[in-house]
Design a protein around this ligand. Sequence first.
Ligand code: UDP
Length: 143
Amino acid sequence: MAIERTLSIIKPDGVAKNIIGEVYSRFEKAGLKIIAAKMLHLTREQAEGFYAVHKERPFFKDLVDFMISGPVIVQVLEGENAIQQNRDLMGATDPKKATAGTIRADFAQTVDENVVHGSDSAENAKIEIAYFFTENEICKRTR
Ligand code: UDP
C-alpha cells in the first residue's frame, strides 16, 4: 500500500474541548505520523478560501463563521493509506451517523461542529497541504 500524506484540522470546537492530545493519540495509535503542525486562528479570507468548493452551499457562511470562532490546529499526517485511514478515524460528517469509536462519534454532536477535517482524495490532500504549509515546513521522519 502506498505511503500517503493528508491534511488534517482540529476545528475550533475540538480545540475548545481540550481534546488535541486525544485526537493526536488516535492518529499515532493508527500508525499515522505527524510530519508538520501549527496552531492558527484563521482569518475569514483563509477559511473562505479553504472551503471555496462549498461556497454555493446554504451552510457556507455558518461554516466559515464557525471555522474562525477560535484557533485550530492544522497538521500533515503521513502513513500507509493515510487519506482513507484518517477518514476512517474521523467517522461520518454527521456525528449521529458516525461509527462508534470514531472521533466524530465520540466527541462531536452536530454536523456543522464536527471536531475534525480530513482531506477526501489524493488530489485534495495535495491542494490542502499546500494551502497551509510550504515544503520547508514539512519534516522528514526517518528515525
Ligand atoms: N457542513 C455543515 N452542514 C452540512 C454539511 C457540512 O455545516 O450540512 C460542514 C461540516 O463542518 C463539514 C464541512 O462542512 O465537515 C465540509 O463538508 P463535507 O461534506 O466536505 O464533509 P467532511 O469532508 O468534513 O466530512
